[in-house]
Design a protein around this ligand. Structure first.
Ligand code: FAD
Length: 451
């Protein structure tokens, strides 16, 4: 499988995902085909996921600029067409208590405000009626895997209520019946905003809207070389060069370390994978996940899951480290075992789909959206750490603003800084492997203690 730390771009040899979303969305939107010949464009956008497509839409709709998207494979081929489908008030992977301690309450509140706007950006797109993406009712549960995790959820409730001014509420284990069943239901934090949807339909909707506002979307057009002469960037694709003064880099977790030296080692591509089961029987639904809300648990290496409208279980988490290893059957089994431990009623159920993709994690585990120093008019956003469905769409609109010459002013000051490089980039995977071992051992210790 394509591995951003190994390959120089997602080439034609890399297979697409065996994703449930591709199975239920057979009609891809029209696009502008591959780049053929050399062209001059106003704004070139590298990467056709939510970040790039949203930037293209906002450039056309809000700033009157016709953007040109260069996507290596098909539109939303990366995370945006293959994710777990939760649009939440989230981005990055830093607990709120740590964020408040590190940056202070004002910056944490400003960041929370940006994330809320992110969800509103997606809500507004859906409300425009321009496309349909099977949005489900709001409601997200963070479920205590072990009884001793409940106290931390109560503290988190307090922080949401008092510091962030947000009405999260703790739900006792006794009141989870009929919502979340099984032996790992020890109370939950309920967040009233956040919903699931069909993520590929969302991306395709933004794609169509962007084209209707004048964007050109070139698929099968990987950027395989990047030279800068004066203030003009020359982006080579296999069949032509695209010249632009303004470039938006929206390759996020799929960014090859060879795309541009200035961008290298600023994110760690982390593999996340999902299984989707065969449809559950009514008895299995009632004994596992009667609710259709978004769920995730409190393990160190957490699992996220939801019941799909056709009663299949979607269950995701992290296990593989490298692309070469990601298709080893033990990773699929790892998810299956975790799912049946959580929901014993699902033991023996078939798995109809299994796929994975690369999320981007920065050194501070927070997203970014900035003008790249030293490169003229180059802008980039990403680093959502597996929580980017709504925030990537939102930061796409901010990239468009910046490319149009307007400032992105935010109280969440860390967002607009260039992320630090990972030191010893070639050893980061070993560090990740150690971290996974430690987190898995910690989870296993807690499971033993809980009996
Ligand atoms: C399995 C999985 C589950 C997830 N679940 C959730 C979830 O439930 N909720 C949530 O909020 N987030 C989730 N995420 C994360 C979320 O999907 C991403 O944060 C979001 O889609 C990022 O969008 P993006 O446009 O920045 O990047 P992507 O959608 O990854 O787009 C990057 C694009 O760049 C292209 N590209 C790369 N290199 C080049 C090049 N050289 N030339 C041209 N194009 C190039 C790639 O082909 C790719 O299409 C999940 C991710 C995965 C993998």
């Amino acid at each position: 499988m394509y591995d951003p730390l190994v390959h120089s771009f997602p080439d034609q040899k890399q297979s697409g995902p065996d994703s449930y979303w591709l199975k239920v969305n057979t009609k891809a939107p029209e696009d502008d085909g591959a780049v053929t010949g050399d062209i001059d464009v106003d704004v070139a956008i590298i990467g056709g996921g939510y970040t790039g497509l949203s930037a293209a839409l906002a450039l056309g709709r809000d700033h009157g600029i016709k953007a040109t998207v260069l996507e290596a494979r098909s539109s939303a081929w990366g995370c945006s067409g293959r994710n777990g489908s939760f649009a939440r008030i989230s981005g990055g992977r830093v607990p709120w208590s740590t964020l408040v301690k590190t940056y202070g309450a004002d910056i944490a509140r400003a960041y929370f405000g940006e994330l809320r706007q992110g969800l509103d950006t997606v809500r507004a797109l859906i409300a425009s009626g321009e496309f349909e993406c099977d949005k489900q009712p709001d409601g997200v549960y963070k479920v205590a895997t072990f009884a001793n995790h409940a106290a931390a959820l109560r503290r988190e409730e307090e922080l949401y209520n008092t510091v962030l001014g947000y009405p999260a509420r703790y739900v006792d284990a006794g009141r989870l019946g009929g919502i979340h069943e099984g032996p790992e239901s020890h109370g939950a934090l309920y967040l009233p905003d956040g919903f699931s949807l069909d993520p590929l339909k969302l991306a395709q909707g933004i794609h169509r809207m962007a084209r209707s506002h004048g964007a050109r979307i070139h698929t099968n057009s990987p950027v395989i070389g990047w030279k800068t002469a004066g203030d003009t960037h020359h982006l080579s694709t296999p069949a032509g060069t695209v010249r632009a003064k303004r470039v938006i880099v929206a390759t996020n977790g799929y960014t090859s370390s060879q795309l541009h030296a200035r961008l290298a080692a600023r994110i760690l591509p982390v593999h996340s994978q999902i299984i989707v089961t065969a449809p559950m029987t009514q008895a299995q639904v009632e004994a596992s996940l009667p609710s259709g809300n978004c769920m995730f648990d409190t393990r160190g290496l957490l699992f996220y899951y939801r019941r799909l409208p056709d009663n299949r279980m979607l269950f995701g988490g992290r296990s593989a480290i490298s692309g070469a290893d990601a298709s080893a059957p033990r990773h699929r089994q790892y998810l299956y075992d975790a799912m049946t431990r959580k929901f014993p009623a699902l033991a023996g159920i078939d798995v109809d789909h299994w796929w994975g993709g690369w999320v981007a994690v920065t050194r501070n585990s927070l997203p970014f959206c900035y003008r790249v120093p030293g490169l003229g008019e180059v802008f980039t956003a990403g680093g959502y750490a597996g929580s980017g469905v709504s925030f990537s769409v939102h930061l796409g609109t901010k990239l468009a603003m910046m490319a149009a010459g307007l400032p992105f002013e935010t109280g969440a000051t860390f967002l607009t800084r260039e992320p630090d490089r990972y030191p010893f980039a070639s050893f980061i995977r070993f560090g990740q492997w150690m971290a996974y071992r430690w987190l898995n051992a910690k989870d296993a210790r807690e499971a033993r203690r809980a009996g």
